[in-house]
Design a protein around this ligand. Sequence first.
Ligand SMILES: [Zn+2]
Ligand SMILES: [Zn+2]
Length: 344
Amino acid sequence: MGDMVVVRKEGLYCVPGQFYIDPWRPVDRAVITHAHGDHARVGHGHYLSAASGVGVLKSRLGQDIHIDGIEYGASVEHNGVRISLHPAGHVLGSAQVRMEHKGEVWVASGDYKVEPDRTCVPFEPVRCDTFITESTFGLPIYRWESEQSIFDDINGWWRKNAAEGRCSVVFAYSFGKAQRILSGLDPTIGAIICHGSAEPLNRVYREGGVDLPPTKMVTDVDKAALKTAIVIAPPSAGGTTWMKRFGDYSDAFASGWMQLRGARRRRGVDRGFVLSDHADWPGLMTAIRATEAPRVIVTHGSIPVMVRWLRQVGLDASGFNTEYGDDEADEVVAADVPEEAGNA
Ligand SMILES: [Zn+2]
Ligand SMILES: [Zn+2]
């Protein structure tokens, strides 16, 4: 039997099912793991995603896309392939795609994170014969602290700035990372201001039942209150006139790449918080082992390193070249990444 999933110029393709997973070119049928821009693109005929991801996808791709949502664990059949979606713990609505055909099971992970958080359903290992895994942080140097200890650091930094009458600015991607940070902020310290690009996503998260602290638009906060406020803004807002109103602020980046020596300095921010929505190295290894898959196919990230490592532990490992990007590299200077992370 041939491989159930192959790479075509349009994207990952399920051969018997005749559909694509997170395709990078327009196709008729696309199963979407999550709404980050490199996985969810415009122009497909039909979309299928986790039910909890439909709101986010519509908010990002347009309300008029043809999309079906299915609950985690429920299944639909397409050309003899049974498709079900399982929590990936990455962002709201993120899913792994399980495909079963004639008794064989493949799972495509999309992006995933093993540590549970308050903004999405926790990662669930799914047993399979072949596991297609991401490898964004697929080097042994990447090991995350618990998210609570990172939130404690962020709140401690914010509290100190507020006591000194200085505004705090955290640069973070508007979808996923922004809400993750919000979920850990202590609203008793001061006002929480979100850039306009994050607010529509905050609304979708709240509608999806995620408990986020109250957020304000900058125009709703008076000048005195800005001095004790925290601001969540996309990296693209850095250096723009939008930032000027915050005066002599202290700034920070929140990303897994902040574990790299020099990344904070090169980005020119005061603080780096190592907070990622992806699995760290131990997380990747735990997740792969939990699938019990004898065969593993590695995508976007550290493909050669992961493949070598997985072969050493006796697995049948190989790589897929995809056009997925890196949702966390967008948060630092992309050029920081290859030299130190050893990305291929
Ligand atoms: Zn992602
Ligand atoms: Zn990705």
